[in-house]
Design a binder for this molecule. Structure first.
Ligand code: COA
Length: 201
């Protein structure tokens, strides 16, 4: 990451300038730019629009800093289960807690929608994403061979159960507390701060 971008990202995080809002059509230009940089087979505008149209079974949010979209995450609901369909953060803004904020929001949305379990697929080599998901207690349960055929790679299928439980609620409150501590610390705050209780982001 070029130095200017890194400094800008750190300042924005410190100033609490990151906002998570519902994804709208007007965000798509920024979303598609991140999508194209992040994935070898990016979703098209048409696909995002068809997802956004499914209002009762989908929830898409963006992370914004001012007018700029810096990340996004989508969730699909059904039969008590929430499925994370996509998540990405602009490469210039990664490792500043934005992915964690987006996952926190996704889990909270799923809990509010009455979902009990949550699942996703991730490339077996995608250590960064897996580490993020493990923080939310997703566990690997199986492999889908050649799921990502465009890169000839298997998917790890991960699940977290009982997200509606009090215990899981405490877990995400703890993550939300650590995220808030980003304002006062710049050294890996997600790994080292004392957990705080608190409501969700
Ligand atoms: C996976 C992804 C969404 C994570 O987003 P992110 O914004 O970098 O995630 P976070 O910043 O919340 O957490 C990432 C790491 O940064 C660290 N971090 C967060 N804030 C930090 C800070 N201020 N200083 C230093 N480190 C920090 C976290 O501790 C975490 O480290 P860990 O994974 O070793 O525990 C992002 O890497 C991405 O978009 N990848 C490309 C698309 C992709 O692969 N999507 C997943 C498809 S399944």
């Amino acid at each position: 990451m070029p130095g200017d971008d890194a400094r800008r990202a750190t300042r924005a995080v410190r100033d609490g300038a990151i906002e998570i809002t519902t994804m709208r059509r007007s965000h798509l230009r920024g979303v598609l730019q991140i999508e194209e940089d992040a994935f070898p087979r990016p979703w098209s505008a048409t696909l995002f629009l068809s997802e956004l149209a499914l209002r009762t079974s989908r929830s898409y949010h963006v992370a914004r800093i001012g007018p700029n979209v810096v990340g996004y995450c989508g969730v699909m609901f059904g039969d008590g289960e929430a499925h994370v369909t996509t998540i990405a953060v602009d490469a210039r803004w990664q490792k500043h807690g934005i992915g964690t904020r987006l996952m926190l929001n996704a889990v909270q949305v799923a809990r509010r929608a009455g979902m009990r379990h949550m699942t996703l697929e991730v490339r077996v080599s995608n250590e960064e994403a897996q580490s993020l998901y493990r923080r939310f207690e997703f566990q690997p349960v199986g492999v889908r061979p050649n799921y990502y055929s465009e890169v000839n790679e298997d998917a790890l299928v991960m699940w977290v159960h009982d997200i509606d439980s009090e215990e899981y609620g405490s877990r995400i409150a703890s993550i939300a507390g650590r995220i808030r501590s980003l304002d006062t610390s710049s050294d890996d705050p997600l790994g080292s701060q004392t957990p705080q209780q608190g409501d969700s982001a």
